[in-house]
Design a protein around this ligand. Sequence first.
Ligand code: PGA
Length: 255
Amino acid sequence: MTKANKPLVAGNWKMNGLRSSTKEIAKLAKKLDKGKGKPKCQIMICPPSTLLAPAVALAKGSRVRIGAQDCHTAVNGAHTGDVSAEMIADAGAAAVIVGHSERRTDHNESNTLVAQKAAAAHEAGLTAIVCIGETEAQYKANRTLSVVTAQLKGSLPEGANAANTVIAYEPVWAIGTGLTPTADDVARVHGHIRNRLALALGDDEAANVRILYGGSVKPDNATELMAVENVDGALVGGASLKATDFLGIIAAYQK
Ligand code: PGA
């Protein structure tokens, strides 16, 4: 079966990046355009919201798409400091990450709120990249599958489908630590997520939802992780800040 969606390798810059950092996006765009071996994946950078507009301008006409890292549930209104999905779409971005574990922890975001944010993203025509993943304590207590099941169920809004939603499985203990689960563990969790998606969306739709792995993806482990069954790309933090490192990860899809 040919999948309707290509894998996605997305970079999450988190709260990193000044105007001078957008040169990395220009470099990425240029290298991907000129480089040999067209990558068999989509490529995205999610910079902080201050850089969305310049990033979109730099990536225009290239293989690089731009996404945001969070959005508010409302279209507009009295929400000082927040950014709406409509504003993100208006800046020219194609997607928004919602429910990243750092938002769930730093801002106490619940599954319900994450689902509302994903719905707002869909309403604005953006792809929602919905993050789920267990903490270290939950992992050690063998609760990974039940945690992921509950997060998935609670964080997916009505109307989620393979075209407007991407799932990112990110074990919290693997984010920024250099630790990764074994390929067998990743296969087990991603297979489980696929099955749960099938229950929610039906087999055909679920087969086309991209399930990204995230957490310490680096050029030297990307090939192994991206080859795991039901892994349809990566969500990359630290190694997405420099074009050279990110290209090393994208190379997993250039073979
Ligand atoms: P990391 O972050 O690649 O730096 O571990 C991943 C993420 O938080 O998306």
